[in-house]
Write a protein of this length. Structure first.
Length: 658
């Protein structure tokens, strides 16, 4: 029965959807014409309605009535016979204003005496009625039940009125009464269900199902005599028993064995679940302990280094305020503060490099020129007991990286080499083109920089954790575990990879795989002087940090800039609304209020496309968004030379684009 009601409901749904389309086409045809206009066009409308309904076998007739219930146009007759339908339930429904569409029960036509049920829709000056054939639907139901005896299928309105039925329509006074269970279930909104009840038509016990027809107030109702089902079941069971009974006992025994085994497996499964849950709790506890250990290393290493730097700055600030310093001593104090700032900046870059939140400043780097220049710095970091050599192949391709990060990566490796070689040793740094046999699947062809030391090496069991942030084998206070993670972060952000090889007692080799620079990359010019050249431009400085503004603004003014300060994005937009009188906007990313520096850059790109914007940040979760939008981003802190060069380049690029 379930399959019968599903198929019958789909058939009914197609019929009523087609009828809806037909009614809509009729509405479009009649437009807003009044009854007099329609009567003047009767011949034309008759032909058009006939053309629209002729391909539809389920349509019995189509009529247009005026507001008084009189016929106006028909698809079947011309001229249209005049009769009155004010006594019909569908006309009374529409006149009462209950709804736009109405479906009747099965009726007898007043012209021709055919059986039909009506689907009508109200219009401004009357209504349009489409008569559908119950016998067309009943014929489909007959094919559906085929030769099954005592099978009935009916299309019933939600109040129990019959529209169509196989084997035959009942008399109008016989319907599913409102007191029956089915009507109650339909009124409660049930769209599908099964039933086992007495038929109100012949009193027989019937099994069946019902299904609502889409969104229409109609149900397909299919049933079969219980007696017929029982008789067929007994016949089939008798046949099966003769052939299947011996095997059934065997299957029952096998099923019992399977049940016993399943119970045993369930017990084992429950034990496994408990053990798994216990292991997960233990592993989570271990992870929390590792996090606490990492925090201990961080506070013991990084905080120790920062406290040293802050002490240097504080002591020298005190000396600078003192009037006892001569010019040489004052210059040395200033130099010590600058070195402390540079060291703090490097340490901050280590913290941020592996999180990908550090602003990058990629530049075209020739390793033949830049790598040997680092010899003195690396040798100083490693001390006199370690001999350092650098060898760069003459044909090594240029790379495009943040050179400060590369410098920091090599410095971290140098410090590790020193710690691994307390009795001295050697370090060999080489750079060459990356050959095919060395290529990693995730790395574009480029170059490889190998940093090899002859130190104590790393335990093979710890190699997999070597690049983890905060992981270190050094005592607390002597290392923060960020060195190798910064190396890994640098290579990854440059589009390459890092690999470490080590053998206890023989040394460690760290390979930095870096892609070659594209041919379109342009080398940056590096000023030889520590003092930037005059800038001579108008700058709108947007930053909420008072101390930073009070140091940045005088510096820009000392370089010949005319500086105006905005404390928020809203303040900056208000200043610009007076007129774009600036050459460049320099803004922090993290700002108070609903808008940040990226939002300001977006707004200026739209409203003032000729005004360049340079963003600055020390840390920002929006940094990746700024990069994706191709904004210029500088790290905090940056040297005055870098700031001036970046502002000049932004202004120059804007002029060139114009």
């Amino acid at each position: 029965m379930n399959s019968d009601v599903e198929v019958a409901a789909q058939h009914a749904l197609r019929i009523f959807d087609t009828t809806d389309v037909l009614l809509q086409r009729a509405f479009d045809l009649l437009s807003d014409s009044d009854t007099a206009s329609l009567r003047n066009r009767e011949a034309e409308l008759h032909r058009e309605l006939k053309r629209m309904t002729s391909p539809l076998a389920h349509v019995q007739s189509m009529w247009v009535f005026d507001r008084n219930g009189k016929t106006v146009v028909s698809n079947r007759f011309f001229p249209t016979p005049i009769f009155d339908v004010t006594d019909r339930e569908y006309f009374q429904w529409h006149r009462a204003g209950h709804g736009p569409t109405y479906v009747t029960e099965a009726l007898v036509a007043r012209v021709g005496g055919d059986l039909f049920f009506d689907v009508s829709r109200r219009r401004e000056d009357g209504l349009i009625s489409v008569g559908l054939r119950p016998d067309h639907i009943a014929a489909f139901y007959k094919e559906l039940v085929s030769d099954r005896k005592n099978s009935h299928i009916a299309l019933i309105r939600h109040d129990g009125r019959y529209l169509a039925r196989w084997p035959s329509l009942p008399p109008p006074d016989q319907r599913v009464t409102a007191s029956e269970v089915l009507i109650t279930r339909w009124a409660d909104g049930t769209t599908y269900g099964e039933f086992d009840e007495l038929s109100n038509l012949d009193g027989s016990e019937r099994l069946g199902a019902f299904l609502k027809v889409g969104g229409y107030p109609l149900y397909v109702h299919a049933s079969i005599s219980r007696e017929e089902v029982v008789t067929e079941w007994k016949r089939e069971v008798g046949v099966l028993a003769a052939f299947v009974m011996p095997g059934s006992f065997l299957l029952a025994w096998i099923a019992w064995l399977a049940r016993q085994r399943t119970l045993a497996l369930l017990v084992a499964s429950h034990k496994l679940e408990h053990e798994t849950a216990y292991r997960l709790r233990v592993e989570e506890t271990a992870r929390q302990a590792q996090k606490l250990e990492a925090m201990g290393r961080l506070t013991g290493g990084v905080a120790h280094d920062f406290n040293n730097l802050l002490s240097v700055v504080a002591h020298n600030a005190f000396l600078l305020k003192s009037s006892r310093l001569n010019d040489d001593d004052r210059a040395q104090a200033i130099a010590r503060v600058e070195r402390a700032v540079e060291t703090g900046t490097s340490l901050t870059r280590q913290l941020l490099s592996f999180t990908r939140l550090q602003a990058l400043r990629p530049e075209l780097v020739s390793l033949q020129e830049r790598l040997p220049a680092l010899m003195a710095m690396l040798q100083t970091a490693m001390g006199p007991r370690i001999l350092c050599t650098i060898d760069v192949d003459s044909d090594t391709a240029p790379i495009e990286v943040d050179f400060a990060e590369m410098e920091l990566a090599l410095l971290n490796l140098a410090v590790n080499a020193k710690d691994a070689s307390p009795k001295g040793g050697s370090v060999n740094i080489t750079a060459s083109n990356l050959f095919g046999r060395e290529l990693n699947a995730n790395v574009r062809p480029g170059v490889v920089i190998k940093f090899a030391d002859t130190g104590s090496g790393i335990d093979p069991a710890l190699l997999d954790r070597a690049f983890e942030p905060f992981f270190t084998t050094k005592p607390v206070g002597e290392g923060n575990g960020l060195g190798l993670s910064q190396v890994h972060g640098f290579c990854t952000r440059a589009g390459g990879a890092a690999r470490i090889e080590s053998e206890l007692g023989k040394g460690t080799t760290v390979s930095l795989y870096l892609p070659a620079a594209p041919r379109t990359a342009v080398a940056l010019t590096h000023g030889s002087s520590a003092n930037p050249e005059p800038l001579q431009c108008r700058v709108l400085l947007v930053d909420d940090n008072v101390d930073l503004v009070n140091s940045t603004s005088p510096m820009l003014k000392a370089l010949g800039c005319n500086v105006e300060v905005a404390r928020s994005v809203e303040h900056a937009l208000a200043i610009l609304a007076r007129g774009p009188i600036f050459d460049v906007v320099l803004s922090d990313i993290v700002m108070p209020g609903p808008l940040d520096g990226i939002a300001l850059a977006d707004a200026l790109r739209h409203s003032y496309p000729d005004l360049p914007v340079v963003l600055m940040t020390g840390y920002s979760v929006h940094l990746e968004s700024a990069r994706e939008k191709n904004f210029t981003v500088l790290p905090k802190p940056c040297s005055p030379l870098v700031l001036v060069q970046t502002l000049k380049r932004a202004i120059k690029n804007q002029v060139n684009e114009q």
